[in-house]
Design a binder for this molecule. Structure first.
Ligand code: ATP
Length: 360
């Protein structure tokens, strides 16, 4: 499938500060991508560089195969065929919904009215044209802002924290709805958010950013189950990192016993490692005499999230059905149920003997 967006080593500097550092990725036509990361990691700057509001300091932006920003190229935003929805939506309060949407359309006449009605149908608000923005709920206003951005038929839709101004209930429901709308219409979209659940609910591909760099650009499933770095492992989903030692190829000794699975090349025999353990990797048996102490439990409806302490002091998380509750302070037996091993070389930990390098 053709790519709508490609970033090649995109770098944006503000004076001495590098806000976006050497980011490369590709987004296929008709799919939804997301840049995810904590505040200040460079998500919005990357989006603004794609839209044309920030010139790259290095690297290139290609839209539908055409270079729109690069060392010798700067196509202005209005000629890039991007639709952008900002955090605050910025609908014109004195214009009707129809006029807000039509704002981005050239020319008048019946085609204009038809196009506005078509867009209102697309976002699930047929007939809302004569109303004013303040007559609409936050979620409806957001859909109008998206309809307006789609009016000139952009090649890509860019959404900056599209759900941040909405209340909690809508923030759960709207990402799913919006994904359905964009997918059905085949609109290539890139959004940015700091909220992992939004990213997972919306996107086919998610890029986790930290300090301006793109740590991993992957499916939500792989980010959760096969995080490429400790930062991604910690930022996406819950879990702990448990110390271990690689004993032989495919075997890792941990406080939970000997675990078997594929071991990455950067974790040779003898290497001290951190094993990522997600709450759904740990099964507990409330037998009252196991090695783990229930330190805390949080009721989450269908299940409890337990915090367990092992004899070494290491903590584990475990998800277990809430009808089978274990009391805080009780002892439980812990059984690891890992589908595969996610290992990171332990920072500062001794590794297998290595030949000393040449003296410096
Ligand atoms: P948030 O979610 O808080 O908006 P973000 O991940 O979108 O964060 P950016 O807004 O892209 O991050 O900012 C990245 C870094 O660049 C931050 O350290 C920010 O302070 C800095 N920065 C952003 N815009 C400018 C600017 N116009 N001038 C100087 N520094 C800036």
């Amino acid at each position: 499938m053709a790519e709508t967006l490609r970033l090649e080593g995109l770098t944006v500097r503000y004076g001495e500060h590098t806000a976006v550092a050497d980011v490369s990725l590709g987004l296929e036509a008709g799919t939804i991508g997301c840049l995810l990361g904590p505040s200040g990691c460079g998500k919005t700057t990357a989006l603004r560089a794609i839209a044309g509001f920030e010139p790259p300091s290095a690297g290139r932006v290609l839209l539908q195969g055409r270079e729109v920003a690069g060392p010798a190229v700067h196509i202005p935003p209005e000629h890039r065929r991007v639709g952008m929805v900002f955090q605050d939506l910025a609908l014109f309060p004195h214009l009707t919904v129809a006029d807000n949407i039509a704002f981005g359309l050239a020319g008048g006449g019946p085609h204009r009215r038809e196009r506005v009605e078509e867009l209102l149908e697309l976002v699930g608000l047929p007939g809302a044209g004569p109303r004013y923005p303040h007559h609409l709920s936050g979620g409806q206003q957001q859909r109008i802002a998206i309809a307006r951005a789609l009016a000139p038929e952009p090649a890509i839709l860019l959404l900056d924290e599209p759900f941040s101004s909405l209340d909690v209930e809508l923030r759960e429901q709207l990402p799913r709805e919006l994904r359905g709308i964009l997918q059905a219409a085949g609109i290539t979209t890139l959004l940015v958010t700091h909220d992992q659940m939004e990213a997972f609910a919306m996107a086919d591909r998610v890029g986790v950013m930290s300090g301006g760099a793109l740590c991993q650009w992957d499916t939500p499933y792989n980010l959760y189950h096969r995080p490429a770095t400790p930062f991604v492992a910690d930022f996406v989903g819950q879990g702990v990192r448990l110390p271990g030692t690689v004993l032989a190829q495919g075997k890792v000794e941990t406080e939970l016993g000997l675990l078997e699975g594929a071991v990455p090349a950067d974790c040779p025999v003898g290497r001290q490692v951190d094993l990522l353990v997600r709450p759904d990797d740990i099964v507990i048996d409330p037998d009252g005499e196991g090695m783990a102490l229930v330190e805390e439990r949080v009721f989450r409806g269908a299940d409890y999230l337990y915090t367990l302490r092992l004899p070494s002091g290491s903590r584990l998380l475990s998800l277990a059905p809430s009808h089978n509750a274990c009391a805080v302070g009780s002892r439980v037996t812990v059984r690891p149920d890992l589908d595969h091993l996610v290992l990171f070389p332990r920072e500062g930990g001794p590794s297998c003997p290595v030949e000393p390098g040449p003296a410096e």
